[in-house]
Design a protein around this ligand. Structure first.
Ligand SMILES: O=P(O)(O)OC[C@H]1O[C@H](OP(=O)(O)OP(=O)(O)O)[C@H](O)[C@@H]1O
Ligand SMILES: O=C(O)c1cc(=O)[nH]c(=O)[nH]1
Ligand SMILES: [Mg+2]
Length: 183
Protein backbone atom coordinates (compact mmCIF):
# COMPACT_ATOMS: atom_id res chain seq x y z
CA UNK A 1 0.00 0.00 0.00
CA UNK A 2 1.35 3.44 -0.98
CA UNK A 3 0.36 5.10 2.25
CA UNK A 4 2.15 8.36 1.51
CA UNK A 5 -0.01 8.70 -1.62
CA UNK A 6 -3.09 8.36 0.61
CA UNK A 7 -1.81 11.17 2.88
CA UNK A 8 -1.15 13.31 -0.22
CA UNK A 9 -4.51 12.58 -1.88
CA UNK A 10 -6.50 13.37 1.27
CA UNK A 11 -4.59 16.60 1.95
CA UNK A 12 -2.91 15.19 5.06
CA UNK A 13 0.69 16.00 4.08
CA UNK A 14 1.19 19.58 5.26
CA UNK A 15 4.07 21.91 4.46
CA UNK A 16 5.02 24.95 6.54
CA UNK A 17 6.55 25.30 10.01
CA UNK A 18 5.12 23.01 12.66
CA UNK A 19 5.54 22.45 16.38
CA UNK A 20 5.80 18.72 17.03
CA UNK A 21 4.75 16.76 20.14
CA UNK A 22 8.41 16.42 21.15
CA UNK A 23 8.88 20.20 21.09
CA UNK A 24 10.95 20.01 17.91
CA UNK A 25 10.07 21.99 14.78
CA UNK A 26 9.58 20.65 11.26
CA UNK A 27 8.69 21.90 7.76
CA UNK A 28 6.45 18.81 7.28
CA UNK A 29 3.47 17.46 9.17
CA UNK A 30 1.45 14.30 8.58
CA UNK A 31 -2.12 14.93 9.74
CA UNK A 32 -3.36 11.37 10.28
CA UNK A 33 -6.88 12.31 11.39
CA UNK A 34 -7.46 13.65 7.88
CA UNK A 35 -6.73 10.16 6.53
CA UNK A 36 -8.38 8.13 9.29
CA UNK A 37 -11.68 10.04 9.07
CA UNK A 38 -12.29 7.90 5.96
CA UNK A 39 -13.37 4.46 7.20
CA UNK A 40 -12.21 2.74 4.00
CA UNK A 41 -8.70 4.19 4.35
CA UNK A 42 -8.64 3.40 8.07
CA UNK A 43 -9.73 -0.19 7.50
CA UNK A 44 -7.16 -0.76 4.73
CA UNK A 45 -4.39 0.69 6.91
CA UNK A 46 -5.38 -1.51 9.87
CA UNK A 47 -5.35 -4.58 7.65
CA UNK A 48 -1.94 -3.64 6.23
CA UNK A 49 -0.42 -3.17 9.71
CA UNK A 50 -1.97 -6.46 10.85
CA UNK A 51 -0.31 -8.20 7.88
CA UNK A 52 3.09 -6.92 9.10
CA UNK A 53 2.50 -8.98 12.26
CA UNK A 54 0.78 -12.00 10.71
CA UNK A 55 1.32 -15.15 12.78
CA UNK A 56 2.01 -13.20 15.99
CA UNK A 57 -0.34 -14.06 18.85
CA UNK A 58 -1.76 -10.78 20.10
CA UNK A 59 -4.34 -10.38 22.87
CA UNK A 60 -4.77 -6.64 22.48
CA UNK A 61 -3.58 -3.69 20.45
CA UNK A 62 -2.99 -0.35 22.19
CA UNK A 63 -2.46 3.08 20.66
CA UNK A 64 -1.85 6.48 22.27
CA UNK A 65 -4.88 8.79 22.01
CA UNK A 66 -5.91 10.57 19.99
CA UNK A 67 -4.07 9.40 16.87
CA UNK A 68 -3.83 5.80 18.08
CA UNK A 69 -7.51 5.22 18.93
CA UNK A 70 -8.93 4.53 15.49
CA UNK A 71 -5.67 2.88 14.44
CA UNK A 72 -5.72 0.43 17.36
CA UNK A 73 -9.34 -0.38 16.58
CA UNK A 74 -8.85 -1.19 12.89
CA UNK A 75 -5.62 -3.12 13.53
CA UNK A 76 -7.18 -5.11 16.37
CA UNK A 77 -10.19 -5.94 14.24
CA UNK A 78 -7.90 -7.34 11.54
CA UNK A 79 -5.91 -9.36 14.11
CA UNK A 80 -8.94 -10.62 16.04
CA UNK A 81 -7.65 -8.90 19.19
CA UNK A 82 -9.04 -6.34 21.67
CA UNK A 83 -8.66 -2.63 20.88
CA UNK A 84 -7.31 -0.38 23.67
CA UNK A 85 -6.02 3.14 23.91
CA UNK A 86 -3.95 5.08 26.40
CA UNK A 87 -4.66 8.65 27.43
CA UNK A 88 -2.44 11.57 28.37
CA UNK A 89 -2.40 11.88 32.18
CA UNK A 90 -1.63 15.62 32.21
CA UNK A 91 1.76 15.02 33.87
CA UNK A 92 3.72 13.85 30.83
CA UNK A 93 2.70 10.19 31.05
CA UNK A 94 -0.17 8.02 29.87
CA UNK A 95 -2.66 5.69 31.51
CA UNK A 96 -5.18 3.07 30.41
CA UNK A 97 -8.62 3.76 31.80
CA UNK A 98 -10.63 1.34 33.94
CA UNK A 99 -12.99 -0.72 31.81
CA UNK A 100 -10.33 -1.55 29.23
CA UNK A 101 -9.06 -5.03 30.05
CA UNK A 102 -5.33 -5.70 30.54
CA UNK A 103 -4.49 -9.06 32.11
CA UNK A 104 -1.01 -9.86 33.44
CA UNK A 105 0.78 -11.86 30.74
CA UNK A 106 -1.35 -10.51 27.87
CA UNK A 107 0.67 -10.16 24.67
CA UNK A 108 0.16 -6.78 23.03
CA UNK A 109 1.00 -4.84 19.91
CA UNK A 110 1.47 -1.07 20.23
CA UNK A 111 0.44 1.05 17.25
CA UNK A 112 1.09 4.66 16.37
CA UNK A 113 -0.01 6.81 13.46
CA UNK A 114 3.26 8.72 13.09
CA UNK A 115 6.51 7.99 14.94
CA UNK A 116 8.85 10.99 15.18
CA UNK A 117 10.85 10.40 18.39
CA UNK A 118 8.73 7.44 19.51
CA UNK A 119 8.05 9.15 22.85
CA UNK A 120 4.26 8.95 22.62
CA UNK A 121 4.07 5.27 21.74
CA UNK A 122 6.68 4.55 24.45
CA UNK A 123 4.35 6.14 27.02
CA UNK A 124 1.46 3.96 25.77
CA UNK A 125 3.71 0.89 26.05
CA UNK A 126 4.70 1.84 29.61
CA UNK A 127 1.00 2.17 30.56
CA UNK A 128 0.25 -1.37 29.32
CA UNK A 129 3.43 -2.86 30.80
CA UNK A 130 2.56 -1.29 34.16
CA UNK A 131 -0.50 -3.56 34.17
CA UNK A 132 1.63 -6.65 33.49
CA UNK A 133 1.20 -7.03 29.72
CA UNK A 134 4.05 -8.06 27.43
CA UNK A 135 4.97 -6.05 24.31
CA UNK A 136 5.48 -8.17 21.17
CA UNK A 137 5.83 -5.46 18.51
CA UNK A 138 5.29 -1.86 17.46
CA UNK A 139 3.42 -0.99 14.27
CA UNK A 140 3.09 2.44 12.68
CA UNK A 141 1.53 3.98 9.63
CA UNK A 142 4.58 6.17 9.11
CA UNK A 143 8.00 6.10 10.74
CA UNK A 144 9.33 9.58 10.05
CA UNK A 145 12.40 9.03 12.23
CA UNK A 146 14.29 7.66 9.22
CA UNK A 147 14.55 4.31 10.98
CA UNK A 148 16.12 5.82 14.13
CA UNK A 149 13.31 4.90 16.53
CA UNK A 150 13.72 1.54 18.30
CA UNK A 151 11.69 -0.24 20.96
CA UNK A 152 13.56 -3.50 21.62
CA UNK A 153 10.91 -5.52 19.74
CA UNK A 154 10.12 -5.68 16.00
CA UNK A 155 9.14 -2.18 14.79
CA UNK A 156 7.40 -2.20 11.42
CA UNK A 157 5.84 0.71 9.53
CA UNK A 158 3.93 1.01 6.28
CA UNK A 159 6.34 3.78 5.22
CA UNK A 160 9.67 5.04 6.51
CA UNK A 161 10.55 8.66 5.79
CA UNK A 162 13.28 11.03 6.85
CA UNK A 163 11.58 14.38 7.36
CA UNK A 164 13.84 16.95 9.02
CA UNK A 165 13.18 18.14 12.56
CA UNK A 166 15.00 20.90 14.44
CA UNK A 167 15.53 21.92 18.03
CA UNK A 168 13.75 25.30 18.36
CA UNK A 169 17.02 27.17 18.92
CA UNK A 170 18.52 25.69 15.72
CA UNK A 171 15.41 25.93 13.52
CA UNK A 172 16.09 27.64 10.16
CA UNK A 173 12.38 28.39 9.74
CA UNK A 174 12.40 30.33 13.02
CA UNK A 175 15.52 32.15 11.84
CA UNK A 176 13.71 33.05 8.60
CA UNK A 177 10.72 34.37 10.58
CA UNK A 178 8.23 31.80 9.27
CA UNK A 179 5.26 31.69 11.71
CA UNK A 180 5.10 28.51 13.80
CA UNK A 181 1.89 26.47 13.47
CA UNK A 182 0.54 24.31 16.27
CA UNK A 183 -1.74 21.76 14.61
O1 LIG B 1 6.95 10.10 18.17
P1 LIG B 1 6.60 11.38 18.89
O2 LIG B 1 7.75 12.34 18.98
O3 LIG B 1 5.93 11.13 20.21
O4 LIG B 1 5.56 12.17 17.97
C1 LIG B 1 4.50 11.56 17.30
C2 LIG B 1 3.19 11.70 18.05
O5 LIG B 1 2.67 13.02 17.86
C3 LIG B 1 1.30 12.95 17.49
O6 LIG B 1 0.49 12.84 18.62
P2 LIG B 1 -0.04 14.09 19.43
O7 LIG B 1 0.00 13.77 20.87
O8 LIG B 1 0.64 15.34 18.99
O9 LIG B 1 -1.53 14.26 18.93
P3 LIG B 1 -2.79 13.31 19.03
O10 LIG B 1 -3.40 13.57 20.37
O11 LIG B 1 -3.65 13.79 17.90
O12 LIG B 1 -2.37 11.89 18.85
C4 LIG B 1 1.21 11.65 16.71
O13 LIG B 1 -0.12 11.17 16.73
C5 LIG B 1 2.12 10.74 17.50
O14 LIG B 1 1.42 10.18 18.61
O1 LIG C 1 6.05 14.67 15.84
C1 LIG C 1 4.84 14.96 15.85
O2 LIG C 1 4.26 15.49 16.79
C2 LIG C 1 4.03 14.68 14.62
C3 LIG C 1 4.57 14.66 13.38
C4 LIG C 1 3.72 14.41 12.29
O3 LIG C 1 4.15 14.38 11.13
N1 LIG C 1 2.41 14.19 12.51
C5 LIG C 1 1.92 14.20 13.75
O4 LIG C 1 0.70 14.01 13.93
N2 LIG C 1 2.71 14.45 14.80
MG1 LIG D 1 -0.56 10.85 18.85
Amino acid sequence: MDVLAVYRETGALLEGHFLLRSGRHSPRFLQSTTVLQHPAHAEAIGEAIARLFAGERVDFVVGPAMGGVVLAFVTARALGARALFSEKDGAGGMFIREGLTVRPGDRFLAVEDVVTTGGSVRRAIAAAEAKGARLVGVGAIIDRSGGQAAFGVPFRALATLEFPTYAPEACPLCAAGVPLEEV
